[in-house]
Design a binder for this molecule. Structure first.
Ligand code: 5GP
Length: 115
């Protein structure tokens, strides 16, 4: 667990609706969605950034990607979605507890989300 907003959501200190939960991760809607579907897949283990993950985390990282794909399918964007991990403040990371953004439901243009 981490002492971030996501750590508090996972522990239940901050109430939040989980779209999905298992032993290893949760999924919640982003509070400030950038597209019609914008879900965060968050491991329960509080790894700050992707680069802080190690070989021991290999299975967890794979699991997060499989969950992200399942969420995208369930949200109706399985054929067109983007998976984003911001690593470090310079790349726009604001919450230092690893998370995957599942973004879809809007037009993609020239490799960027339109609108
Ligand atoms: P980052 O910029 O670190 O890659 O992404 C953090 C994301 O978490 C942002 O898209 C932001 O909108 C979202 N976020 C921040 N605080 C909360 C919160 O309390 N609840 C939820 N559901 N999302 C949050």
């Amino acid at each position: 667990m981490s002492d971030t907003i996501f750590g508090k959501i996972i522990s239940g200190d901050i109430p939040s609706e989980f779209l999905y939960e298992d032993e290893y991760c949760i999924a919640i809607n982003d509070i400030n969605p950038q597209a019609p579907v914008h879900v965060l897949v968050i491991p329960k283990q509080g790894i700050p950034r992707l680069v802080d993950a190690g070989a021991d985390d290999q299975a967890l990282l794979g699991h997060l990607m499989l969950v992200a794909g399942n969420i995208a399918r369930e949200q109706g964007v399985g054929d067109a979605f983007r998976l984003v991990v911001n690593n470090g403040a310079g790349a726009g990371q604001t919450v230092f507890h690893l998370h995957l953004h599942v973004i879809g439901g809007a037009e993609f243009a020239e490799g960027r989300m339109a609108g």
